[in-house]
Design a protein around this ligand. Sequence first.
Ligand SMILES: N[C@@H](CCC(=O)N[C@@H](CS)C(=O)NCC(=O)O)C(=O)O
Length: 307
Amino acid sequence: MMSGVILHQYPTSPYAEIIRLALGMKGLSWSRVEQSNIMPRPYLTPLTGGYRRIPVMQIGADIYCDTGLILREIDRRFPDPPLAAGNAGLGYALRGWGERAWFGVTVAVVFGRRADQVPADFIKDREELSGRPFDTAMMKAAAPMMRDQWRANAMMVEDQLAHGKPFLIGDAPGLADLSAFLNVWFLRSGSLEDFKVVTAGTPRLLEWAARMDAIGHGKPADMTPETAFNIARDASPESPRASSADEPQGLAPGMNVAVMPDDYGRNPVAGEIVFAGPHEIAIRRTAEGAGDVVVHFPRAGFLVMKT
Ligand SMILES: N[C@@H](CCC(=O)N[C@@H](CS)C(=O)NCC(=O)O)C(=O)O
């Protein structure tokens, strides 16, 4: 099914892999825009208004930031099959484990292994992203202990799969599988030798990983960044949805705000609220050369500041 989904990503991005697999679960046709793995991204930044992380999903003149919200939007537009039948709360909550706690360990193992090969421009870019030193020597020193931690997390997956079902929360793959699998995918592609060591005692995890691999990416077709930009220019944002009446900060349509992640890549994006709810805030802004766009952010993990 043609979805209108345009995914701004790069092949080695683990968070993008979550979305590629979610599109695969839905069996969608989508447009794949390859972005650089470091800044600048001249056709993307004008659309997001400064948000700098990958992936970003675009549908016409609507721009969706952060995996958490992109998953929700894919599920809203293409509900069948659901990404978390009956388990949406647990599924989104588990992102904190799979995509943060465990993923921090995975990054440490991969970059600890490759410490001597990380390009200087990549290190500089990630230091700007995080505001902290990207200390490959420290990652190298910590790698043995991080491998221990990786195995402990993998054993949680192994224990869960003792239920005998094919996926973490039942018979169909969903959000929990995506968040956990991110770690398998990144470690396996970043350091197969470490992956083999830390999965020596987790046979059920390996069988589950093969089932995740079999999902695929749906039907991607390549699109240039410039074409995606022109699509935003020629489209209008979708009509606003209802806002919640009980916004804790009193946020309401028409107010000016700046929105940014609360962890890293804290570049504020300024605009006027179109709608706000417990899981999403959408702001309208003018993208230079592309007219009005609406940029959507999740609420969990993001700061909304009145301006
Ligand atoms: N919480 C974000 C994390 C995204 C993230 O950290 N992505 C990495 C790439 S996988 C990134 O943006 N790195 C910096 C960059 O590519 O500019 C999400 O779920 O989308």
